[in-house]
Design a protein around this ligand. Structure first.
Ligand code: AP5
Ligand code: ZN
Length: 214
């Protein structure tokens, strides 16, 4: 299964991605996670990405595209993959198209998760992430059993630097301008699966699985 997850910040891409990759046994390729891991390790890529991420802006296309191209040629992508947060511009989508056709493969579906701006902001602001395993929670909508402690192995929960209200608003603005056009881009290719991101987490997952096949 070769999938792309599309949607604005806070729509629930990462949340659904975790369940989808488990179900279909494919690697989860999140460009946001790759950048955050590089920031944590203090790499040159991390330093460059942070400049843009902290302002709610997109990291330049050439940087992102070369990372994804590289990742897609790895052995574990042979049977499929889930791209989460990539592509995010028409430029990136064209580059992906070119790369996949060179590899002689095609996307199976582009899952588009959407929700209203008020919901997106509330979700991003209340999001908490585990420092140890990366599990995602929400202080109201999906709380951990013990406040600020991960249910899985007891890791500490933290808030992302770009989840401050002004930065989230900027990210949504950038999404509307740069990324939303990709819905029509993939609709024309007959690949879009629209999912209502305002439903409960498990209902959305069921809907996706129903459409993709068990
Ligand atoms: P990235 O990490 O991709 O962030 P994003 O796209 O802004 O998406 P989020 O992670 O904010 O949200 P999500 O949709 O995954 O929601 P989640 O499941 O966590 O990118 C970060 C930055 O990196 C970008 O701004 C950019 O600078 C850079 N970048 C990354 N990729 C790039 C690219 N291709 N090109 C250029 N730059 C790039 O859910 C949110 C919260 O809601 C959680 O707390 C969750 O528990 C809760 N929740 C989820 N679903 C539900 C539900 N159904 N009901 C109730 N609560 C829910
Ligand atoms: Zn954890």
């Amino acid at each position: 299964m070769r999938l792309v997850l599309l949607g604005p910040p806070g729509a629930g891409k990462g949340t659904q991605a975790s369940a989808i990759v488990k179900k279909y046994n494919i690697p989860h390729i999140s460009t946001g996670d790759i950048f955050r891991a590089n920031i944590k390790e203090g790499t040159e890529l991390g330093k460059k990405a942070k400049e843009y991420m902290d302002k709610g802006l997109l990291v330049p296309d050439d940087v992102v595209v070369s990372i994804v191209k590289d990742r897609l040629t790895k052995e574990d992508c042979k049977e499929g993959f889930l791209l989460d947060g990539f592509p995010r511009t028409v430029n990136q989508a064209d580059a992906l198209d070119k790369e996949l056709s060179q590899m002689g493969i095609k996307l199976d579906k582009v899952v588009n998760i959407d929700a209203d701006k008020e919901i997106l902001i509330a979700r991003a602001i209340g999001r908490r992430i585990c420092r140890e395993c990366g599990a995602t929670y929400h202080i109201k909508f999906n709380p951990s059993k013990v406040e600020n402690v991960c249910d899985i192995e007891g890791g500490q929960l933290f808030q992302r630097d770009d989840d401050k209200e002004e930065t989230v608003a900027k990210r949504i603005e950038v999404y509307l301008k740069e990324t939303q056009p990709l819905i029509d881009y993939y609709k024309e290719k007959g690949l879009i699966l629209n999912v209502d991101g305002t439903k409960p987490i498990n209902e959305i997952f069921e809907e996706i699985v129903k459409a993709l096949g068990r």
